[in-house]
Design a protein around this ligand. Structure first.
Ligand SMILES: O=C[C@H](O)COP(=O)(O)O
Length: 219
Protein backbone atom coordinates (compact mmCIF):
# COMPACT_ATOMS: atom_id res chain seq x y z
CA UNK A 1 0.00 0.00 0.00
CA UNK A 2 1.21 3.51 -0.68
CA UNK A 3 -1.79 5.56 0.36
CA UNK A 4 -1.33 7.28 3.73
CA UNK A 5 -5.13 7.13 4.13
CA UNK A 6 -4.87 3.35 4.28
CA UNK A 7 -6.41 2.28 7.56
CA UNK A 8 -4.74 -0.09 10.01
CA UNK A 9 -7.61 -0.92 12.37
CA UNK A 10 -6.60 -2.76 15.54
CA UNK A 11 -9.53 -4.57 17.14
CA UNK A 12 -8.75 -5.45 20.76
CA UNK A 13 -11.76 -7.83 20.93
CA UNK A 14 -11.94 -9.04 24.56
CA UNK A 15 -8.25 -9.84 24.80
CA UNK A 16 -6.57 -9.38 28.20
CA UNK A 17 -4.36 -6.49 27.06
CA UNK A 18 -3.98 -2.93 28.36
CA UNK A 19 -6.16 -0.89 25.97
CA UNK A 20 -4.67 2.47 26.95
CA UNK A 21 -1.10 1.26 26.59
CA UNK A 22 -1.83 -0.11 23.12
CA UNK A 23 -3.74 3.05 22.20
CA UNK A 24 -0.82 5.24 23.28
CA UNK A 25 1.52 3.12 21.19
CA UNK A 26 -0.78 3.30 18.17
CA UNK A 27 -1.06 7.08 18.58
CA UNK A 28 2.72 7.45 18.79
CA UNK A 29 3.32 5.27 15.72
CA UNK A 30 0.65 7.17 13.78
CA UNK A 31 2.19 10.51 14.79
CA UNK A 32 5.72 9.42 13.90
CA UNK A 33 4.88 7.90 10.54
CA UNK A 34 1.77 9.71 9.29
CA UNK A 35 0.04 6.33 8.95
CA UNK A 36 -3.64 6.02 9.79
CA UNK A 37 -3.92 3.69 12.79
CA UNK A 38 -7.15 3.19 14.75
CA UNK A 39 -8.04 1.15 17.82
CA UNK A 40 -11.35 -0.61 18.56
CA UNK A 41 -11.46 -1.43 22.30
CA UNK A 42 -14.22 -2.80 24.48
CA UNK A 43 -17.11 -0.31 24.74
CA UNK A 44 -16.28 0.34 28.40
CA UNK A 45 -12.76 1.44 27.38
CA UNK A 46 -13.75 3.79 24.53
CA UNK A 47 -13.36 7.05 26.45
CA UNK A 48 -10.00 6.09 27.96
CA UNK A 49 -8.70 5.04 24.56
CA UNK A 50 -10.04 8.16 22.83
CA UNK A 51 -8.37 10.31 25.49
CA UNK A 52 -4.97 9.12 24.19
CA UNK A 53 -5.70 10.96 20.94
CA UNK A 54 -5.72 7.81 18.83
CA UNK A 55 -8.46 7.34 16.23
CA UNK A 56 -11.02 5.29 18.14
CA UNK A 57 -13.63 2.86 16.82
CA UNK A 58 -16.35 0.85 18.52
CA UNK A 59 -16.48 -2.90 17.97
CA UNK A 60 -20.26 -2.78 17.49
CA UNK A 61 -23.28 -0.51 17.76
CA UNK A 62 -26.76 -1.84 18.42
CA UNK A 63 -29.58 -1.44 15.90
CA UNK A 64 -31.53 0.84 18.25
CA UNK A 65 -32.32 4.47 19.02
CA UNK A 66 -32.55 6.12 22.44
CA UNK A 67 -35.18 4.26 24.46
CA UNK A 68 -35.86 1.08 26.39
CA UNK A 69 -32.94 -1.03 25.17
CA UNK A 70 -31.13 -2.36 28.25
CA UNK A 71 -27.73 -3.82 27.50
CA UNK A 72 -27.45 -2.14 24.12
CA UNK A 73 -24.44 -0.26 22.75
CA UNK A 74 -26.03 3.02 21.72
CA UNK A 75 -24.33 4.71 18.75
CA UNK A 76 -24.78 8.15 20.29
CA UNK A 77 -23.11 6.97 23.53
CA UNK A 78 -20.21 5.52 21.56
CA UNK A 79 -19.76 8.85 19.79
CA UNK A 80 -20.02 10.75 23.08
CA UNK A 81 -17.21 8.56 24.42
CA UNK A 82 -14.98 9.71 21.57
CA UNK A 83 -15.37 7.03 18.92
CA UNK A 84 -15.43 8.22 15.31
CA UNK A 85 -16.13 4.87 13.68
CA UNK A 86 -17.61 1.46 14.32
CA UNK A 87 -17.42 -2.11 13.15
CA UNK A 88 -20.75 -3.77 12.44
CA UNK A 89 -21.47 -7.48 11.98
CA UNK A 90 -18.02 -8.72 13.02
CA UNK A 91 -17.58 -12.45 12.51
CA UNK A 92 -17.74 -12.85 16.29
CA UNK A 93 -20.87 -10.71 16.61
CA UNK A 94 -23.04 -11.50 13.61
CA UNK A 95 -26.30 -9.64 13.03
CA UNK A 96 -29.43 -10.30 10.99
CA UNK A 97 -29.63 -8.38 7.70
CA UNK A 98 -32.26 -5.98 9.02
CA UNK A 99 -30.14 -5.35 12.11
CA UNK A 100 -27.03 -4.57 10.04
CA UNK A 101 -29.13 -2.01 8.20
CA UNK A 102 -30.47 -0.54 11.44
CA UNK A 103 -26.99 -0.47 13.04
CA UNK A 104 -25.74 1.41 9.98
CA UNK A 105 -28.60 3.90 10.36
CA UNK A 106 -27.74 4.29 14.05
CA UNK A 107 -24.06 4.87 13.24
CA UNK A 108 -24.93 7.41 10.58
CA UNK A 109 -27.19 9.27 13.02
CA UNK A 110 -24.23 9.52 15.37
CA UNK A 111 -21.88 10.52 12.55
CA UNK A 112 -19.70 7.41 12.93
CA UNK A 113 -17.65 5.99 10.07
CA UNK A 114 -18.81 2.44 9.36
CA UNK A 115 -17.21 -0.86 8.39
CA UNK A 116 -19.45 -3.90 7.89
CA UNK A 117 -17.67 -7.25 8.14
CA UNK A 118 -18.30 -10.10 5.72
CA UNK A 119 -17.09 -13.68 5.26
CA UNK A 120 -16.67 -13.86 1.50
CA UNK A 121 -17.09 -11.95 -1.78
CA UNK A 122 -20.84 -12.54 -2.05
CA UNK A 123 -21.41 -11.18 1.46
CA UNK A 124 -19.03 -8.30 0.71
CA UNK A 125 -21.17 -7.24 -2.25
CA UNK A 126 -24.36 -7.61 -0.20
CA UNK A 127 -22.87 -5.55 2.62
CA UNK A 128 -21.83 -2.83 0.15
CA UNK A 129 -25.46 -2.57 -0.98
CA UNK A 130 -26.35 -1.30 2.49
CA UNK A 131 -24.10 1.74 1.99
CA UNK A 132 -21.39 1.54 4.66
CA UNK A 133 -18.15 3.48 4.31
CA UNK A 134 -16.24 0.19 4.09
CA UNK A 135 -16.63 -3.56 4.03
CA UNK A 136 -14.04 -5.83 5.70
CA UNK A 137 -13.75 -9.33 4.31
CA UNK A 138 -12.47 -11.89 6.80
CA UNK A 139 -12.57 -15.66 6.21
CA UNK A 140 -13.56 -16.92 9.69
CA UNK A 141 -11.26 -19.93 9.51
CA UNK A 142 -8.21 -17.63 9.22
CA UNK A 143 -9.13 -15.32 12.11
CA UNK A 144 -6.67 -15.57 14.98
CA UNK A 145 -4.21 -17.57 12.89
CA UNK A 146 -0.66 -16.91 11.75
CA UNK A 147 -1.30 -16.82 8.01
CA UNK A 148 -2.62 -13.62 6.46
CA UNK A 149 -5.75 -13.70 4.32
CA UNK A 150 -3.77 -11.95 1.57
CA UNK A 151 -1.38 -14.88 1.22
CA UNK A 152 -3.68 -17.77 2.26
CA UNK A 153 -6.58 -16.77 0.02
CA UNK A 154 -5.74 -13.78 -2.22
CA UNK A 155 -8.74 -14.49 -4.47
CA UNK A 156 -11.16 -13.79 -1.64
CA UNK A 157 -9.71 -10.27 -1.34
CA UNK A 158 -9.58 -9.60 -5.08
CA UNK A 159 -13.08 -10.98 -5.61
CA UNK A 160 -14.42 -8.94 -2.71
CA UNK A 161 -12.84 -5.78 -4.13
CA UNK A 162 -14.61 -6.52 -7.42
CA UNK A 163 -17.91 -7.39 -5.73
CA UNK A 164 -17.94 -4.17 -3.73
CA UNK A 165 -16.85 -2.06 -6.70
CA UNK A 166 -19.67 -3.53 -8.80
CA UNK A 167 -22.24 -2.48 -6.21
CA UNK A 168 -20.90 0.87 -5.02
CA UNK A 169 -17.52 2.27 -6.05
CA UNK A 170 -17.59 4.65 -3.07
CA UNK A 171 -17.35 1.78 -0.57
CA UNK A 172 -13.82 0.82 0.55
CA UNK A 173 -12.73 -2.80 0.91
CA UNK A 174 -10.60 -3.79 3.89
CA UNK A 175 -9.38 -7.29 4.62
CA UNK A 176 -8.52 -9.10 7.80
CA UNK A 177 -7.58 -12.38 9.46
CA UNK A 178 -4.00 -13.31 10.28
CA UNK A 179 -2.56 -9.88 9.36
CA UNK A 180 0.51 -9.18 11.50
CA UNK A 181 3.36 -7.81 9.34
CA UNK A 182 4.14 -4.98 6.97
CA UNK A 183 4.45 -7.59 4.24
CA UNK A 184 0.83 -8.64 4.93
CA UNK A 185 -0.32 -5.01 4.72
CA UNK A 186 1.55 -4.48 1.45
CA UNK A 187 0.11 -7.69 -0.01
CA UNK A 188 -3.40 -6.59 0.95
CA UNK A 189 -2.84 -3.28 -0.81
CA UNK A 190 -1.60 -5.01 -3.94
CA UNK A 191 -4.87 -6.96 -4.02
CA UNK A 192 -6.87 -3.73 -3.88
CA UNK A 193 -7.64 -3.40 -0.18
CA UNK A 194 -7.49 0.11 1.29
CA UNK A 195 -7.24 -1.04 4.88
CA UNK A 196 -6.60 -3.99 7.15
CA UNK A 197 -8.48 -5.20 10.21
CA UNK A 198 -6.38 -7.10 12.71
CA UNK A 199 -6.41 -8.13 16.33
CA UNK A 200 -4.22 -10.90 17.74
CA UNK A 201 -1.07 -9.74 15.94
CA UNK A 202 -1.04 -6.62 18.14
CA UNK A 203 -3.24 -7.47 21.14
CA UNK A 204 -1.34 -10.67 21.91
CA UNK A 205 2.13 -9.42 20.95
CA UNK A 206 5.01 -9.32 23.45
CA UNK A 207 6.10 -6.06 21.81
CA UNK A 208 3.07 -4.31 20.24
CA UNK A 209 5.15 -1.28 19.23
CA UNK A 210 7.54 -3.38 17.13
CA UNK A 211 4.57 -5.07 15.43
CA UNK A 212 2.88 -1.74 14.75
CA UNK A 213 6.03 -0.19 13.29
CA UNK A 214 6.39 -3.20 11.01
CA UNK A 215 2.70 -3.03 10.02
CA UNK A 216 2.89 0.64 9.00
CA UNK A 217 6.00 -0.08 6.91
CA UNK A 218 3.62 -1.87 4.51
CA UNK A 219 1.41 1.16 3.94
O1 LIG B 1 -11.18 -7.98 13.96
C1 LIG B 1 -10.17 -8.57 13.64
C2 LIG B 1 -10.20 -9.81 12.92
O2 LIG B 1 -11.17 -10.71 13.37
C3 LIG B 1 -8.86 -10.45 12.68
O3 LIG B 1 -8.36 -11.03 13.86
P1 LIG B 1 -6.85 -11.59 13.82
O4 LIG B 1 -5.98 -10.44 13.39
O5 LIG B 1 -6.59 -12.03 15.22
O6 LIG B 1 -6.83 -12.71 12.84
Amino acid sequence: MTDSDTLILVNLKAYPCDPVEIAETCAAVADDTGARVAVAPQAAHLAAVADTGVETWAQHVSPVEHGSHTGSTLAEAVADAGATGTLINHSENRLKLADIDASLAAAERADLETCVCANNPAQSGAAAALGPDAVAVEPPELIGGDVSVASADPAIVEDSVAAVEAVDADVDLFCGAGVSTGEDVAAAGELGATGVLLASGVAKADDPEAVLRDLVSGV
